[in-house]
Design a protein around this ligand. Structure first.
Ligand code: ADP
Ligand code: MG
Length: 400
């Protein structure tokens, strides 16, 4: 049973919500369905191999390599430092030297902040390589906590910008300026090898942006818990993934207490979780919301992972694209910004908009949706709103 194009599923969410566990459970379930699957951890704080104990020897010296779990399942915990030492010595040497110099002007420091983080580049390289080699039907990515995984998905466009705007310019300038500059500055100037390595790197990353934006290939699954603070961060992440053009195809609400605990010490928790679930519906509907109970014990080993996988997916194919649409878009217009929200189940009616706790709340008849306000819209008042072809457009007038 193989797929024509490999499938990429990215797991993201706040630290501790159960990303690694959900990613591992998903990969195992795909493998159980006969798909050749790899789960790659790109979080520096790896815990993937812990989830697969005792199948995995934690003292194995090849921790950064891919390791086989069963007939169809492999895991890999990318060792960023080792990768950097091995492949991009020149690049990292240059960046480290440059960043290590004191007295860098603010402008330069700002420029440097835009240069892609090498960890993200390494991860993208693996994804691109596995995608192109078609070694696996499914590539599951266990990401670092939300903020960092957002930087990771924004990387391809940053890289392209860097290559087009800075890299060429820098290279040409340096060719001309090296002899003179050496006399005036002690900032080390990159050697030709630096440019060669970056050029090579860029070639190997070619096309990865299209892969990430191909909605039949890549989806993001957000793992959350039914708690206010966690939901807030999930909501924020959801908005930003949408803005980067990635499709979130499921929300996994993990660690719910079973209703059978009704009369116990945890009864207040049950109420909190119920309230939170209602809010989760208002935020993410129509994205499929999958609920997972807290299991009897920590989720370690194939048996527990398999149990978790069954709870997440039930009869659904874990490798399927569970939702196709990007929900949000923000475009710059002549007079400010326009926020577009896809609302497939809403028919034309009076649209009521108001702001509440930093959210834009959209109410149309009995439908209510909480929308996280990204930075460009904060401080602006919503203007005209119109609903057409299931897309609600809200103008946010004012100078950009
Ligand atoms: N549904 C669950 N039931 C019981 N334990 C869980 C569940 N989900 C996660 N855990 C446990 O919680 C801990 C943290 O999960 P982990 O997946 O490592 O979080 P993250 O990767 O988001 O930081 C692990 O020990 C894991 O076994
Ligand atoms: Mg983790």
């Amino acid at each position: 049973m193989g797929r024509e194009k490999p499938r990429i599923i990215i797991f993201s969410g706040k630290g501790g919500v159960g990303k690694t566990t959900a990613a591992a459970a998903t990969a195992l379930r795909c493998a159980e369905n006969g798909l050749k699957t790899i789960v790659i951890s790109i979080d520096i704080a790896h815990s993937l191999s812990d989830a697969f104990q005792p199948e995995i020897d934690l003292h194995d010296h090849n921790r950064g390599q891919r390791r086989q779990i069963n007939d169809n399942l492999w895991i890999q915990e990318v060792d960023i430092q080792e990768e950097l030492d091995r492949h991009w010595g020149e690049v990292s040497k240059y960046l480290a030297a440059l960043l290590g110099k004191s007295g860098i002007t603010n402008v330069l420091a700002e420029e440097l902040a835009i240069i892609p983080g090498m960890e993200d580049v390494v991860s993208l390289l693996y994804i691109n390589q596995y995608y192109k080699e078609k070694t696996f039907d499914v590539i599951v990515i266990d990401c670092a906590p939300t903020g960092e995984s957002l930087r990771f998905v924004s990387m391809p466009s940053t890289l392209e910008w860097y290559m087009k705007k800075i890299f060429k310019l820098e290279r040409n300038l340096l060719k001309a300026a090296r002899p003179i500059a050496k006399r005036f500055t002690d900032i080390p100037l990159p050697e030709d090898a630096y440019f060669a390595s970056i050029g090579n790197l860029f070639m190997r990353l070619e096309g990865v942006d299209e892969v990430l934006l191909d909605r039949e290939v890549t989806s993001v699954r957000l793992v959350t818990n039914a708690e206010k603070m966690v939901v807030r961060e999930t909501q924020r992440a959801f908005m930003y993934f949408c803005l980067y053009g990635l499709v979130v195809d499921a929300i996994i609400v993990n660690r719910l207490f079973p209703q059978s605990l009704q009369d116990s010490y945890l009864k207040d928790w049950l109420c909190t979780q119920q309230r939170s679930l209602k809010q989760i519906n208002e935020i993410f509907d129509p994205i499929p919301i999958r609920k997972v109970n807290i299991l009897e014990d920590e989720v370690v080993g194939l048996e527990m992972l398999s149990k978790m996988g069954a709870q997440i997916y039930d009869e659904i194919d874990p490798s399927a694209v569970m939702h196709q649409d990007t929900v949000y878009r923000i475009d710059r217009s002549e007079d400010g910004f326009t926020l577009r929200i896809k609302l497939p189940f809403v028919t034309k009616d009076h649209v009521d908009l108001f702001q509440e706790d930093g959210d834009l709340v959209v109410r149309i008849g009995s439908f209510k949706r909480h929308v996280f306000m990204p930075r460009v819209l904060v401080g602006r008042k919503p203007g005209r709103a119109s609903l057409e072809n299931s897309i609600l457009s809200v103008a946010f007038p004012g100078p950009a």
